[in-house]
Design a protein around this ligand. Structure first.
Ligand SMILES: Cc1ncc(COP(=O)(O)O)c(C=O)c1O
Length: 322
C-alpha cells in the first residue's frame, strides 16, 4: 500500500508531541510567564501514556517481556490507562491493580480499553479520593501476589528506567524545542518522581542554569524533610509520602514547594474557567506552585509545568461541583 504522509500506524504513535501553551490569563497579574504542556491530549488523557510506551518498548528490546506475556502494574489509573492502550495494541494481556480510593472513571476507562482491573480496599479510616502511602502499600502487596501467580512482567513505574527515559528523551526535549529553549524554572508534583527526574535532567543538560523544584502536598512534604501530618490529601497521582523514590536524582532538585488541597482545587478550576484547560488536581498544584515561584525568587522569569491529566477523570469527585 502507498504510505500516506501524516498517517500513524496506531494510537501508540499518537502519544507525545503535546502542545505547549502560555497561561497568559492566569498569569496576567504577575510578572513572568507560565508555559503549560497539555499532557491531557495524549490518547489516554494523561502524561502516563508516555511511560507506558517507553516501559513496554524497553522491555521488548531487552527481552524482559515475552510475546503474549501478561503485564501487571500498580496504578492510580493513569499509568494503567496508558498500559491498557499500549498492551491492547501490542497484544499483551494487562492487569491493573488500583486502590478503591482513586476515582471510579479510571477503572471504567481501563476496562473499556481491555484491561483486567483489580480494585484494592483502602486502609480502615482512609477516605475515597484520598489515597495515602499506606493505601498504596496494600495495592503493592496485591500487585506482587498477582505478578507471582501469573508469572507476569511487572511494568514497575517506581523503579524502571523507562519512566525516567520517557520524559528525558521526549517530554523534556519537546519543551526545549517548543519554548525556544528559554525556560528558567520547572516545578512538578511528584508521584513516582519520573516526570520530575526525566524533565529536570533534559532541561539542565540543555541549560544548567534552569532551576527545578519538587511540588508536594501540604502536610505530606516528606521529600522536603517535613513531617507527614496529612497523608490523605486530595491531590491524586502523587504525594504518597514515600521518602525514597528510586528514580529521583537528588542533585537535580533545587528546592521544594508545598501546595494545599484548597489551592490545587482553586487553580484547577481557574485553569478550566480562564484558560479553557480541563485538567485534574495535580495540574492545578503545578500551576499554583509556578505562581509562587514567579511571585518570589523568579520574578519576570519563565516557568514550565505539565498539565498531567484530564478533568474528565474527576467527574465523580467534587472537583467540579462549584
Ligand atoms: C494525575 C497525576 N499527576 C501527577 C503524577 C505524578 O507523576 P510522576 O509519577 O511522574 O511523579 C501522576 C502519576 O501517576 C498522575 O497520575
Amino acid at each position: 500500500m502507498t504510505s500516506i504522509s501524516g498517517l500513524l500506524p496506531s494510537a501508540i504513535e499518537a502519544i507525545g508531541n503535546t502542545p505547549l501553551v502560555e497561561l497568559s490569563r492566569i498569569a496576567r497579574a504577575i510578572d513572568g510567564r507560565i508555559l503549560a504542556k497539555l499532557e491531557y491530549l495524549n490518547p489516554g488523557y494523561s502524561k502516563k501514556d508516555r511511560i507506558a510506551r517507553q516501559i513496554i518498548e524497553d522491555a521488548e528490546a531487552s527481552g524482559g517481556l515475552k510475546p503474549g506475556q501478561t503485564v501487571v502494574e500498580l496504578t492510580s489509573g493513569n499509568t494503567g490507562t496508558g498500559l491498557a492502550i499500549v498492551c491492547g495494541i501490542k497484544g499483551y494481556p494487562f492487569v491493573a491493580v488500583m486502590s478503591k480510593g482513586n476515582s471510579i472513571e479510571r477503572a471504567r476507562m481501563m476496562s473499556a480499553l481491555g484491561a483486567e482491573v483489580i480494585l484494592v480496599d483502602q486502609q480502615p479510616g482512609s477516605a475515597p479520593g484520598q489515597v495515602s502511602g499506606a493505601d498504596l502499600e496494600l495495592v503493592e502487596q496485591e500487585t506482587i501476589k498477582i505478578v507471582r501467580e501469573r508469572q507476569a512482567f511487572r511494568a514497575d513505574q517506581f523503579r524502571l528506567q523507562g519512566n525516567f527515559r520517557a520524559h528525558y528523551l521526549n517530554t523534556g526535549p519537546e519543551i526545549i524545542r517548543q519554548s525556544g529553549g528559554k525556560i528558567d524554572v520547572f516545578c512538578d508534583f511528584a508521584g513516582t518522581g519520573g516526570t520530575f527526574a526525566g524533565c529536570a535532567a533534559a532541561l539542565k543538560e540543555h541549560n544548567p542554569q534552569t532551576k527545578c523544584f519538587i511540588v508536594e502536598p501540604e502536610g505530606a512534604a516528606i521529600l522536603a524533610g517535613g513531617a507527614v501530618t496529612y497523608p490523605n490529601h486530595r491531590i491524586q497521582g502523587g504525594g504518597y509520602a514515600m521518602a525514597n523514590l528510586p528514580l529521583l536524582i537528588r542533585d537535580h532538585i533545587d528546592g521544594y514547594l508545598k501546595v494545599s488541597d484548597a489551592r490545587a482545587i482553586e487553580m484547577t478550576r481557574r485553569l478550566a474557567r480562564e484558560e479553557g484547560i480541563f485538567a485534574g488536581f495535580s495540574s492545578g498544584a503545578n500551576v499554583a506552585a509556578a505562581m509562587d515561584l514567579l511571585q518570589t525568587s523568579f520574578k519576570n522569569k519563565t516557568a514550565v509545568v505539565l498539565i498531567c491529566d484530564s478533568g474528565l477523570k474527576y467527574l465523580s469527585t467534587d472537583l467540579w461541583e462549584k
